[in-house]
Design a protein around this ligand. Structure first.
Ligand SMILES: O=C(O)CNC(=O)[C@H](CS)NC(=O)CCC(=O)C(=O)O
Length: 272
């Protein structure tokens, strides 16, 4: 997506995308980071933040979309507050189930306080975002889903923890910068899939946004062997990358290359 600042306009784009979904169920849809509000000023973003509640208007609309299509809908991130008076919000990833219930919330742990390599831009996400404190996995009818967001992909320890908690698929909604994306996006996402022997489903923002920011796009679905099984072209927007995958394909990879077992052993040497 090339998300706009205003949530209702983005919801319209999401509704159109969902019209194009393949018929197969169960179906997981991973939207990009900041899919409901992108390129707004900090104050404007804060003004769209909701309490985490099934009666909050945006969450109710998203729940209704998940139920209408009978899908697992992972809402990249949206601004969520736990206290109406809070200055900062969580960049929260919410999973809605096919019955419209919110099944999980993950608050982005690693915040993008970064100067991009060519010095064109500085990012200070922690100025308006509260960092997450918890590793989150969630059981679905197709196995355990692990949740991570964008810049988290540079921290393999989080992905190890998700695998330890049983993840078979890791959702990675993102909004990579054009510069870092061109250099690192595919290498990082494939590396995390290979290391943890998990599918990685990485939604992406693409194009030029309201604040002039450029994002890299190339939403990806990667299998547990590191193959790219579907990819958006980095130009078309909105765009769906879709794949039908066999979760059982992880089993031979995991038994032939037993990294989880070997890590349990080496952890003592490395961390103690
Ligand atoms: O700010 C918003 O509206 C939405 N959030 C984002 O765009 C976030 C924080 S600024 N972007 C990233 O984490 C990029 C990571 C990245 O590009 C890298 O690791 O190289």
């Amino acid at each position: 997506m090339t998300s706009l600042p205003e949530p209702q306009q983005n919801l319209k784009i999401i509704e159109q995308l969902l019209q194009q979904l393949p018929a197969a169920r169960p179906q997981l849809v991973v939207l990009p980071e900041a899919c409901l509000c992108f390129g707004a000023g900090d104050k404007q973003q804060r003004s769209y933040a909701e309490l985490y509640s099934e009666t909050a208007p945006l969450q109710a609309q998203l729940a209704q979309l998940a139920a209408q299509h009978g899908i697992y809908l992972l809402v990249g991130t949206m601004p969520i507050v736990d206290d109406e008076a809070a200055e900062k919000f969580s960049a929260a990833s919410l999973l809605f189930g096919p019955d419209g219930k919110c099944l999980a919330r993950y608050n982005k742990i690693h915040l993008f306080d970064v100067d991009v390599a060519d010095n064109t831009k500085t990012y200070r996400e922690s100025k308006w975002t509260e960092a997450g404190q918890e590793v989150v996995t969630v059981a679905t009818e197709f196995g355990t889903l692990g949740l991570a967001v964008c810049y988290d992909v540079r921290f393999p320890e989080l992905f190890r923890a998700l695998r330890d908690k049983g993840a078979a698929i890791i959702a990675l909604p993102s909004a990579f910068t054009k510069v870092t994306g061109a250099a690192h996006w595919q290498v990082l996402t494939r590396a995390r899939a290979i290391e943890q022997q998990c599918f990685v489903v990485a939604g992406a923002q693409v194009g030029t946004h309201a604040n002039g920011r450029e994002t890299y796009g190339h939403a990806l679905i990667i299998d547990g062997w590191g193959n790219v099984v579907s990819e958006c072209d980095g130009v078309t927007s909105p765009c769906l990358a879709t794949a039908s995958v066999e979760l059982d394909s992880l089993q031979p990879i995991r038994s032939n290359i037993p990294v989880a077992k070997h890590f349990a052993r080496s952890k003592k040497v490395i961390h103690e």
